[in-house]
Design a protein around this ligand. Sequence first.
Ligand code: S3P
Length: 174
Amino acid sequence: MKENNIYLVGLMGAGKTTVGKLIAKQTGKEFHDSDLEIKCKTGVSIPYIFEVEGEAGFRARETAAIQELVRQENIVLATGGGAVLSAENRQLLKENGTVIYLRATVNELWARTRHDRNRPLLQTGNPQAKLAELYEIRDPLYREVADLIVDTSRQNVRFLVNQILQKLETRKKC
Ligand code: S3P
């Protein structure tokens, strides 16, 4: 078990990248982002992969990236919002580190993603309804995989990160 690894899960707009970078900085761990790994490996954007290979093609690449990333030591990984859909990904995360679910309400997620054109699943007529639908399906999966659930609602990011670090410390002692 790669006990020193921290994996962040949660819906698009939950703050996985922002929070993950700060946790990495404060703990001296290396930050990784599974979407970024996929982009670097393929040399194209996530929307382009969705367009050419469909969501299934993207998900296969996502699992391959996670398989590789969890082998590393002492990292903070921001996963893509849909990573938990795969039972294999959930098991990989659970068995190789501490999983943190950054939870936010649909309204907050909507406010944080409404101007974003880089998330193919939200390029629909009603992205707010889409987020609500994704929340319904995924919230139980995030909860299933998580060691810690943290509410990000209206919280200052630094405060949130300190709260997470404190919780992680307490877990270590118990
Ligand atoms: C997705 C979330 C995105 C990205 C892709 C699919 C999803 O990552 O992996 O667009 O299914 O929720 P972020 O959660 O970092 O936006």
